[in-house]
Design a binder for this molecule. Sequence first.
Ligand code: ADP
Ligand code: MG
Length: 341
Amino acid sequence: ESNLNAAYTFDNFVEGDCNRLARSAGYAVANKPGGTAFNPLLIYGGVGLGKTHLANAIGIGIKEQFPNKTVLYVSSEKFVHQFIDSIKNNTSNDFVHFYQMMDVLIIDDVQFFSGKEKTQDVFFHIFNHLHQNGKQIILTSDKAPVDIQGMEQRLLSRMKWGLSADLQAPELETRIAILEKKMYSNGIELSKEVVEYLAYSINTNVREIEGALNSLIAQASLNKKAITLDLAKQMIDKFVKNITREVSIEYIQKVVCDYFDIEIEILKSKTRKREIVQARQIAMFFSKKMTKSSLANIGAHCGGKDHATVLHACRTVNNLSETDKQFKAYLNDLEKKLSMQ
Ligand code: ADP
Ligand code: MG
């Protein structure tokens, strides 16, 4: 009921210059929750650099040493949805009390609270209660507090009370160490040259390194033979090309329309037919997720919608994907298609 991911431990978290401060602060917090100057501990950094992993590792470390402490890991999305539900059901007091009961509260991706004033309000009260009572708060964010837009000043200042530690992209040696660790724990062997080529070629983030490793492994088990350096190079180069290629809004619309078998012109029209509206929202969602286009620009491409409509579409798709398994499966399918080509 802590919601912690058992796979994300300190043991599995490879240390490097890129994460040394965050890791050691996390380790200190795990050994003395609420009893260090690192309260809150805010871990920030780009996508795939290990924020969620490290936050879970701290929670797991605390649970191991202090089994009686209540530890809760929650994503910001889930926190927001629970809060909204509690408003609908007139149970927001219960919501607040529930969170105020925790000894350790871990909230992942707090940048998601941006622009959500009521959520920030309620979190502010929870934060104060926990902090005053010496309870540990651990937050992650994709940006440094100063760079988070749309966050109340009083909350930002509290986030800076403890320690903010960043995660950087791992350096080559750390990438190799991460690969070796993953291979070892999965019982996989790749030649030193292949591992080095992979580590050398992919320097963006750990999630992509893992993705490339997994596709190599899949290939190896398909061919039932060892991966030669030549084959590895081919695959890795292709993988790198895919990472760096940004898909366009037009391309996303085409893939979504093919998938749901509708005409692009209809997607871009003003029709309010349910299936069309949903396909349009999905196209907006992926455009936001996979391109650097502004909300306004995405709206303009989808039949002259304004930025608020696009934002609403993204939220609707997010919400649905959490509650509707079938819908989530569509999204996963589409995401695969979009990131392949
Ligand atoms: P973020 O939350 O910052 O987007 P994650 O914590 O989800 O990133 O990490 C992405 C993947 O990379 C996960 O599978 C995680 O286990 C792995 N990972 C990240 N950093 C490390 C590390 N230092 N050592 C081992 N694995 C790591
Ligand atoms: Mg994460």
